[in-house]
Design a protein around this ligand. Structure first.
Ligand code: NAI
Length: 244
């Protein structure tokens, strides 16, 4: 029987690339998203809003009913909030927090018991360079990503004794729907000039690291944040100078 991964935010961008990477290795995938997706022999598409615990539970139950087990969970679903602190509404704050942080919490709580029961599993949470690097118009988004990194370290300690490794991948500038509109023209050129690797990542490159972590190809590592960012976190890219 093939191994099984649950990927959230699976319909587009980095999540879709993660799904493709697992499928290429013969895994079965429970693909959660708020958007509809195509199914297949080894893909179970599930409409679920990760901010809603009941929807997450229903989706995870469906994955277990179809595939029988869950070997890996990738908490990828996330939304960006581009707004300065003083302009951020309570509604935007709540929504961003509930999706980005609530989603990771809900899916971990729903999936981890199945891993605990079998004494093995991998959880990979998707953070962002903004967890580490101050910006100018995304404080709440950055705050949610820092929370995900803290949650990753705590889950690693709590779940390690049950054979579950919990890590995070922190992408940098990556071409997806979320970022494509802002990574064009002069702005793109300015980012690329300052990035040590001199180019923006493709989603498949982030997916490769997620896959390696979630399949134990990087052994004996837990509670770690892998920064797959072309060196952004070690560079002088100043977000405020990029212009929005
Ligand atoms: P995207 O916007 O291209 O795709 C996100 C996917 O998540 C979409 O399919 C969307 O429908 C789904 N989604 C949104 N809200 C959801 C919810 N409440 N429940 C279930 N699914 C939901 O975004 P992208 O760029 O692929 O981002 C994926 C992750 O990577 C996010 O956590 C993001 O914060 C992170 N990231 C992205 C970077 C980038 O440059 N694109 C850089 C750093 C981090």
């Amino acid at each position: 029987m093939s191994k099984v991964v649950v990927v959230t935010g699976a319909a587009k961008g980095i999540g879709a690339a993660i799904v493709q990477r697992f499928l290429a290795d013969g895994w079965s995938v429970g693909a959660l998203d708020i958007c509809a997706q195509e199914g297949g022999d080894r893909v179970l598409p599930l409409i679920a809003d990760v901010s809603n615990r009941a929807e997450v539970d229903t989706a995870v139950d469906a994955v277990i009913a179809r595939f029988g087990q869950i070997d890996a969970l990738v908490n990828n679903a996330g939304i960006i909030l581009r707004a300065r602190v003083l302009d951020t509404t309570e509604e935007d704050f709540e929504r961003t927090w509930r999706v980005n942080v609530g989603g990771v919490f809900h899916c971990t709580q729903a999936v981890a018991p199945y891993m605990v029961a079998r004494g093995e599993g991998h959880i990979v949470n998707i953070s962002s360079g903004h967890a580490l690097i101050g910006g100018y118009d995304r404080a709440v988004y950055a705050m949610t990503k820092a929370a995900i990194e803290a949650f990753t370290r705590n889950c690693a300690r709590e779940l390690g004794g049950s054979g579950i490794l919990v890590n995070a991948v922190s992408p940098g500038f990556t071409y997806t729907e979320m970022s494509r509109e802002s990574l064009v023209g002069e702005r793109k050129a300015r980012v690329e000039k300052r990035l040590p690797i001199r180019r923006i990542a493709e989603a498949s490159e982030v997916a490769e690291s997620v896959f390696n972590l979630a399949t134990g190809k990087i052994p004996y590592m837990t509670g770690h944040v892998l920064r797959v960012d072309g060196g952004w976190s070690n560079s002088d890219v100043d977000y405020g100078q990029l212009g929005n």
